[in-house]
Ligand binder design. Structure first.
Ligand SMILES: *[C@@H]1O[C@H](CO)[C@@H](O)[C@H](O)[C@H]1NC(C)=O
Ligand SMILES: *[C@@H]1O[C@H](CO)[C@@H](O)[C@H](O)[C@H]1NC(C)=O
Ligand SMILES: *[C@@H]1O[C@H](CO)[C@@H](O)[C@H](O)[C@H]1NC(C)=O
Ligand SMILES: *[C@@H]1O[C@H](CO)[C@@H](O)[C@H](O)[C@H]1NC(C)=O
Ligand SMILES: *[C@@H]1O[C@H](CO)[C@@H](O)[C@H](O)[C@H]1NC(C)=O
Ligand SMILES: *[C@@H]1O[C@H](CO)[C@@H](O)[C@H](O)[C@H]1NC(C)=O
Ligand SMILES: *[C@@H]1O[C@H](CO)[C@@H](O)[C@H](O)[C@H]1NC(C)=O
Ligand SMILES: *[C@@H]1O[C@H](CO)[C@@H](O)[C@H](O)[C@H]1NC(C)=O
Ligand SMILES: *[C@@H]1O[C@H](CO)[C@@H](O)[C@H](O)[C@H]1NC(C)=O
Length: 590
């Protein structure tokens, strides 16, 4: 049985050999590791002096002699023997032939793989992989080609958006060189503010032409600071008193001069102020293509209400505003208070956010809009609350709010301090009381809110008469620009002057002079008048306070009524938070 199997195996192997061996295929000698093949070569220089005849080493009939002088023959006629390798070419492509035995009977051959990687063919740090008669390279990032000889052009795919330049700064990396207008790794953010459609909603029911003049001046100053045109900002105007009316649409005026000319022609009217209808009207008109509105996702839409906040239909106006806020996010409402006296409570409830209510004596509304109208993530315009505020509290018998009203006015200061939220913002607060002289209750250095509040309640009547203008100038000298008071040079500066407003006529003109001086020094003064209730006397006080304020917007009546206090204070702290944009934002961003 065993023998039969062996026979079978022989037959099969014989057949195998006959098919694949002699007749069709040449069988390469086995591949051996290089060190084994070379073990013979290493010995070839062994010098044997007995030298009958080197030729004995290559003739077959001297085979036995060769075997017995193998060390001698190893060193002889190497060249001739090597020719065997050359003529027989016995090895597979990619292999070296070596003579593993020097004797002529069978110069046994060994084949050794050639290390194609030995010549370091992979360039630029690529890793070489030796294969059978070939090599492959694994390239470092940024390179390609068989030998990693090709530097990949990372800019070829135009990774920088809006046609901004791409430069290959290092291997496997590029940088986008964004023009001023764009930001981001791929210049993907268009940071030029706008385009935007702005619809002014102008309350023309103002009692005096002089107020209309201020509204027009406000809009004029605004328009002068933005580029007007079909690819930039477009301005439309709705006026309203009793009935809203589209004065001009978004495309009627396509240049700044044209808009400015149109604004100068507006007339005021007498009559009720129906802000609710006006808001509904704006909601219908602001997005109409037939008014020139551009309904593209990259174009923002704003309604800017210019009013004194004293609507005839106040409750309805607020309701309509709340309804629009809740139902239409396609446009935002901002409000600016222009008038002889200002209904802060209404004004703060009309815009999309309470902090979209603005004073007319600065450009805060414009800055907030520019930030909003730029792409998300652009950093040209930043929000800030770096503000130093001074509470200046009158403690003279004649004009102090403590007179006849003591606790309410100190509570109002307490709530004002809460509204600043000094622990969560960059706002710093100081307090000064004054009669004939002045006294710093606390300066801008931060301390515990508990200590601060305790200091508020130490204020009491000190002198018979006070000197408010003197106190205002000492706020500037002793607090804002005083030595080591914790004030910050670059901070916005605001004074909250608490008084009962019962100044004499000479005082009024003195205080006004001082407030104008402070305004020129970049310091705003808000007049805070705590009142028990509104009465006939209040009209006079309000008129006198509006007279001394830089703008009537900066007068706040603080009623002894929890909910209206919070509206007045919210309005009063509005401009402690603001947006700063570079002055040349449009010029730089062309
Ligand atoms: C507005 O006031 C300025 C100066 O205060 C004056 O020159 C201008 O004529 C006024 N405009 C109107 C429309 O009253
Ligand atoms: C109107 O725009 C032009 C070009 O943008 C500018 O040169 C000019 O100063 C602007 N005029 C006003 C009044 O802002
Ligand atoms: C806008 O107003 C202009 C001038 O009053 C008018 O000619 C135009 O038809 C109106 N509509 C549009 C879409 O421009
Ligand atoms: C706004 O988007 C439109 C279409 O998506 C585009 O053609 C236009 O250039 C964009 N405008 C700006 C200023 O990015
Ligand atoms: C104000 O105080 C100064 C000294 O501090 C004093 O000379 C002056 O008489 C006082 N004036 C009044 C009106 O109290
Ligand atoms: C307030 O003080 C200033 C500066 O000392 C002085 O000129 C002015 O007359 C004073 N006013 C009153 C009402 O005392
Ligand atoms: C306000 O000013 C008027 C003059 O314009 C004056 O008659 C009145 O007494 C002042 N009111 C108060 C409360 O000081
Ligand atoms: C407080 O003010 C609100 C809003 O002005 C008003 O609705 C409310 O009746 C007032 N409450 C009191 C007690 O005066
Ligand atoms: C806004 O903030 C960014 C990043 O902090 C800064 O580079 C930029 O100068 C700031 N812009 C202004 C107007 O402060």
């Amino acid at each position: 049985m065993d023998t039969v199997l062996k026979m079978l195996a022989l037959i099969i192997s014989g057949w195998f050999f006959s098919v694949f061996g002699h007749e069709n295929h040449y069988f390469y000698p086995p591949e051996v590791p290089e060190h084994q093949a070379k073990s013979f070569l290493h010995k070839r220089h062994v010098n044997i002096n007995a030298s009958p005849n080197p030729a004995y080493c290559i003739y077959e009939r001297y085979e036995n002699w060769c075997k017995s002088h193998i060390l001698y023959c190893q060193g002889q006629l190497e060249h001739t023997r090597e020719q065997k390798c050359a003529t027989l070419a016995p090895c597979a492509p990619g292999q070296h032939c070596h003579l593993a035995n020097p004797c002529p009977d069978r110069f046994s051959l060994a084949c050794v793989d050639i290390d194609e990687c030995a010549s370091n063919p992979c360039q630029n740090g690529g890793t070489c992989h030796n294969g059978n008669n070939l090599y492959t390279c694994t390239c470092l990032p940024g390179w390609t080609g068989h030998d990693c000889e090709i530097d990949i052009d990372e800019c070829a795919s135009s990774p920088c958006m809006y046609g901004n330049d791409c430069i290959e700064d290092r291997i496997n990396s590029y940088v986008c060189v964004c023009s001023e207008r764009y930001e981001g790794v791929h210049c993907e953010r268009d940071c030029r503010p706008g385009p935007a459609d702005i619809m002014f909603l102008l309350d023309t029911s103002l009692s005096q032409n002089e107020v209309m003049n201020r509204s027009i001046e406000y809009m004029t100053r605004f328009v002068k600071q933005i580029p007007i045109g079909p690819n930039d900002f477009q301005v439309a105007l709705v006026s309203y008193a009793f009935k809203p009316e589209l004065v001009f649409n978004f495309t009627a005026h396509q240049s700044n001069t044209s808009v400015l000319d149109a604004l100068s022609l507006i007339k005021s009217e007498r009559g009720p102020t129906t802000t609710s209808d006006a808001l509904s009207f704006v909601a219908q008109e602001i997005l109409k293509p037939e008014n020139g509105a551009r309904l593209l996702p990259n174009i923002s839409h704003y309604a800017v209400i210019v009013t004194n906040g004293l609507s005839t239909d106040r409750n309805q106006a607020i309701q309509t505003a709340q309804f629009l806020k809740a139902t239409d996010s396609r446009f935002k409402i901002l409000a600016v208070g222009v008038g002889d006296d200002i209904g802060h409570e209404e004004l703060i409830q009309l815009p999309t956010y309470p902090f979209y209510t603005f004073a007319p004596d600065n450009d805060d509304l414009l800055m907030a809009m520019l930030k909003d109208a730029a792409d998300y993530g652009c950093t040209d315009c930043n929000s800030s609350s770096v503000t130093d505020v001074v509470i200046l509290f009158d403690t003279s018998k004649t004009t102090s709010p403590l007179t006849g009203n003591s606790i309410h006015s100190l509570k109002a200061v307490d709530k004002l301090l809460d509204s600043f939220d000094v622990t969560n913002t960059d706002i710093r607060a100081a307090m000064m009381t004054y009669g004939n002289g002045s006294q710093i209750k606390f300066d801008f250095h931060q301390r515990s809110i508990h200590d601060t509040k305790a200091k508020i309640y130490t204020a009491s009547i000190e002198d018979e008469k006070g000197n408010t203008s003197l106190a205002l100038s000492s706020v500037q000298d002793k607090l804002f620009f005083g030595v080591s008071t914790g004030s910050r040079f670059a901070a916005r500066k605001i004074v909250y002057l608490f008084s009962n407003g019962k100044w004499s006529m000479t005082e009024i003109s003195e205080i006004r002079q001082e407030i104008l001086k402070l305004h020129d020094a970049g310091i705003s003064v808000n007049i805070m008048i705590p009142v028990r209730s509104l009465n006939a006397e209040m009209d006079n006080i309000l008129a006198n306070a509006s007279n001394i304020a830089f703008d009537p917007f900066r007068v706040y009546l603080i009623e002894d009524n929890a909910s209206s206090v919070s509206f007045a204070l919210k309005a009063a702290v509005r401009d402690t938070k603001y947006v700063e944009c570079p002055p040349d934002i449009f010029k730089a961003k062309q």
